[in-house]
Each structure stands twice: as structure tokens, then as C-alpha cells.
Ligand binder design. Structure first.
Ligand code: ADP
Ligand code: MG
Length: 269
């Protein structure tokens, strides 16, 4: 068996406890990812998907349970102390990169993050530039010829692809993708997804990818998890996952949750 790279053990998180807005977002969720697992996560709005990723990243303390990354108990660590273990890409293409800086300057920041030498040291070395070019080529977006372009000039898809490269520059223990292609047109989304697959496979990254697109959830990764009311209600791997259809998922959701998929967007995508 491969080693466990990420473990959520009985994780609970309640927002606004004891108030009228009380929300049990995570209800004792259990999930273990082995090294190299690429898990796609689906579930209706408010199922707790983003909350789960925030718990792993340490955005706030959890109420109960524990979280281990590569065997290290990080439950008590604030987000900045987990930052070197975790790479993240969010939905909004405007976050994750600095618009007023060049592509290579953005990449240099990511490459030097957490290093002893100041990340703001002026200039990009020839060696760094060659490495950035190699990585940009993987995207198939022609960005390798635009190293000194300001990131603000790029399209949303190009920026998401660059954010992905930056999030994985230092080979994180876990990569967390929260609907990172949801704001893109289908063609661009496909490019970013295929770049995601390439990078994940190249570095054998342990990855959680939330998506509202059931086809993408089926097509990408080696494992599919469905969430509902702050718990995992389905966990499908291997050959069984390869044979899945969107219709299967809809009926499995209905069975496991006792509800219909309420979210049109989920059904239509
Ligand atoms: N910071 C927060 N403060 C209060 N409630 C929150 C917060 N984050 C999430 N929630 C609530 O927790 C539930 C789960 O949210 P979320 O994890 O974002 O769902 P999903 O990503 O599956 O759509 C929702 O009811 C949401 O409103
Ligand atoms: Mg979400």
C-alpha cells in the first residue's frame, strides 16, 4: 500500500455556533488520500467542499478531529505554517497572481517562497528563466515566449494556468483546487484541466479537485468523492470510477443522500 499523504479524521467545523446562523459545515468527515491520489470532489452547493479544503489549508481552527499531512499532525498549525505543504488554486483568476508584475517575476516569487534569500531580490537569473520556460511550455498557451509580459494582460485561463504552475512550483505535499476552471469558457477550462493533469502526473501530486462539472469529475483523477451535508457519501476508485457515467452519479447521489440534485448547474454541466 502507498503511504497516506493526507488524512482527515472525524473533522468537524461549525460556523457561528450558538447563533441563529449556526451551520454545521463539516460533520465528522473522514478522508484519507494516498500519495499520488487525484481525487475529484462533487456535491451540491453548501455541501462543505470548500470548507474541507479550508480545513486542510488551516484557514481557521477546526472544532474536532485531526488533520495529518504526510504523517505530520498539522491540526494545531496556522495556515502560514502549513503553506509550504499545501498548494492552492481558487476559482477567481484574479487571485493567485500579481497583475502588475511580469510572468517571470510572479514565477520567481513562487520559486523563492519560504527560502532564506529574500523573494524580492531583484532580477531573475538565467537558470530560473530556463526553468520557468520549461514549465510554461507544458501549458501549451504560448506563455513561454512572454516571460516579461505583465500578468494583468493575460486572459483568465492563462492566469489560472500560471497560478497552477506557481502553486506547484515547490512540489507541495497536497494540491487543493477549488473549482479552478469554473470561471473559464469550456475550451479554456479544458486546457487548464489538461495542464493540471500533466503537472499532477509529472510530480505524482496528491490532489483534491472540487468541480461542479460531473463529466470532469469522472474524466480526471483516479478517485471520485461525493459530499453532502459535511460528510463523504460516496468514494469511488479504480475500475469502478472509469466506468462511471453522469447518470450513475445522479442516481447514486439520490440514493446516498435521499435527495435529488438540487443544483441545476450541477445537472447541466
Ligand atoms: N466563513 C464562513 N462563515 C459562515 N458560514 C460559512 C463559512 N464558510 C462556509 N460557510 C457555510 O458552510 C456551508 C458549507 O459551505 P462550503 O464549504 O462553502 O460549501 P460548498 O463549497 O460545498 O458549496 C454553507 O452553508 C456555507 O454557507
Ligand atoms: Mg465551494
Amino acid at each position: 500500500m502507498r503511504k497516506a499523504m493526507l488524512e482527515l479524521r472525524n473533522v468537524c467545523k461549525t460556523f457561528n455556533p450558538g447563533t441563529i446562523n449556526e451551520k454545521h459545515a463539516l460533520n465528522g468527515i473522514n478522508l484519507t488520500l494516498e500519495e499520488g491520489d487525484f481525487v475529484t470532489v462533487i456535491g451540491g452547493n453548501g455541501a462543505g467542499k470548500s470548507t474541507m479544503l479550508n480545513a486542510v489549508a488551516g484557514v481557521w481552527p477546526i472544532d474536532e478531529g485531526s488533520i495529518l499531512i504526510d504523517g505530520i499532525d498539522v491540526t494545531g498549525l496556522p495556515d502560514y505554517k502549513r503553506a509550504s505543504l499545501v498548494g492552492r488554486v481558487f476559482q477567481d483568476p484574479m487571485t493567485g497572481t500579481a497583475a502588475t508584475m511580469q510572468i517571470e517575476e510572479n514565477m520567481a516569487l513562487a520559486a523563492r517562497r519560504g527560502l532564506f534569500r529574500s523573494p524580492f531580490r531583484a532580477g531573475v537569473s538565467r537558470k530560473e528563466r530556463a526553468m520557468f520556460k520549461e514549465r510554461l511550455k507544458i501549458l501549451n498557451l504560448g506563455l513561454e515566449d512572454r516571460l516579461t509580459s505583465k500578468v494583468g494582460l493575460l486572459s483568465g485561463g492563462q492566469r489560472q494556468a500560471l497560478t497552477l504552475l506557481m502553486a506547484t512550483m515547490q512540489t507541495p505535499k497536497v494540491l487543493l483546487l477549488d473549482e479552478h476552471t469554473a470561471a473559464l469558457d469550456p475550451r479554456t477550462a479544458e486546457k487548464v484541466l489538461s495542464a493540471t493533469k500533466t503537472v499532477v502526473e509529472r510530480d505524482n501530486l496528491t490532489t483534491i479537485m472540487i468541480t461542479h462539472n460531473m463529466k470532469d469529475a469522472i474524466h480526471y483523477g483516479n478517485r471520485l468523492v461525493m459530499m453532502n451535508e459535511g460528510q463523504v457519501i460516496l468514494d469511488i476508485k479504480g475500475e469502478e470510477k472509469k466506468k462511471l457515467t453522469v447518470e450513475d452519479l445522479i442516481s447514486k447521489f439520490a440514493k446516498a443522500s435521499g435527495e435529488e440534485f438540487a443544483d441545476d448547474k450541477t445537472l447541466l454541466s
